[in-house]
Design a protein around this ligand. Structure first.
Ligand code: PEP
Ligand code: MN
Length: 334
């Protein structure tokens, strides 16, 4: 249920109403917009007397929200959420460029890529330390050592670091990581979602390989219901019948999610296509359709990458692309 308050409602009247609602066992999310304050009521609202609330002098309107996702619902929170990572802002017109290798391999590699992508304008460094590989015989990531190497690259460049957590057990290693990524394969690992919901740091939540947008939003809901509202959604391609590309990039997800949720939405054209030469056109399309950022795999030696070399751009290719993305945003985004 949402309760829209009248403009200039006195603070004490608002507090009284919230206390009364909380007294009925509801959680109240307050969204203070430029023009209106919206109270989002989460919990069992079946016994709440809508007419009584609507009759209060400070209340403009009351509506039932039938969507199963509440905290991430735009109806609860009409204004875009802006996620902040140090000085970097994501959402509501703030576009983020995240780049780096699929996996952290060596100090030389991660530092070299970090320096290169920073020069091209990237604001955050990605790099997997824990890798979800289809085959148990493939490189599984450097794990704790990989996170240490990311920290070295951060110290050298100032770029905040984004890296994937695969299990609850590993979370203590992520204390000093700037953005914790939940990968596609873990989008519905509800224990993990609940745990990252207790963190006080942003979470990058990737869409599962075969998940609907509603399921993606319900996963965001798990994180937010735990108290962590700093969630960034990521469209990274889904499994369809075509196999020329690794996945099918669902770009319509961006404007659709924009309507449904206030959370920032970024796009990963690397995992979506699996083919480096397809990454620039899809990245440009993602910038044009109104996404809030791009996460792109870049490797200094893609031919010898331990993971996802085929979809990795060289730093030179990334530099050219980053410039094109900037130019597209100038014309595509008002
Ligand atoms: C990744 O970003 O390294 C990754 C494994 O992505 P996804 O979970 O989208 O496959
Ligand atoms: Mn990868």
């Amino acid at each position: 249920m949402i309760v829209v308050l009248k403009q200039k409602t006195p603070d004490e009247k608002r507090a009284q109403l919230i206390e009364w609602l909380e007294g009925q066992g509801l959680k109240v999310h307050i969204s203070e917009g430029e023009y209106q304050t919206v109270l989002g009521l989460v919990g069992n609202t079946s016994h709440v007397d809508m007419d009584l609330i609507a009759s209060l002098g400070i209340v403009d309107s009351v509506k039932r929200v039938t969507d199963p996702f509440k905290c991430c619902n735009r109806k609860f929170h009409p204004d875009d959420t802006i996620v902040e990572v140090g000085d970097v802002r994501i959402g509501h017109g703030h576009f983020v460029m995240i780049a780096g290798p699929c996996s952290v391999e060596t100090e030389e590699q991660i530092v070299a890529v970090a320096k290169a992508v920073k020069k091209s304008g990237a604001q955050m460094l990605r790099g997997g330390a824990f890798k979800p590989r289809t085959s148990p015989y493939d490189f599984q990531g450097l794990k704790a050592e990989g996170i240490e190497l990311l920290k070295i690259a951060r110290a050298e460049t100032g770029l905040p670091i984004v890296t994937e957590v695969m299990g609850v057990r590993d979370l203590p290693l992520f204390e000093d990581v700037d953005v914790v990524q939940i990968g596609a394969r873990n989008m519905q690992n509800f224990d993990l979602l609940r745990e990252v919901g207790r963190l006080k740091k942003p979470v990058l939540l990737k869409r599962g390989l075969a998940n609907t947008l509603k399921e993606l939003l319900m996963s965001a809901e798990y994180i937010m219901a735990g108290g962590n509202e700093q969630v960034i959604l990521c469209e990274r391609g889904i499994r369809t019948f075509d196999d020329y590309t690794r996945n099918t990039l669902d770009l319509a997800a961006v404007p659709m999610l924009r309507e449904l949720t206030h959370l920032p939405i970024i796009v990963d054209p690397s995992h979506a296509t699996g083919i480096a030469r397809l990454v620039p056109p899809m990245a440009m399309s993602a910038a044009a359709c109104g996404s809030d950022g791009l996460i792109i795999e870049v490797h200094n030696d893609p031919m010898h990458a331990l993971c996802d070399g085929a979809q990795s751009l060289t730093p030179e290719e990334y530099d050219v692309l980053a410039d094109k993305v900037r130019r597209i945003r100038e014309v595509a985004v008002q």
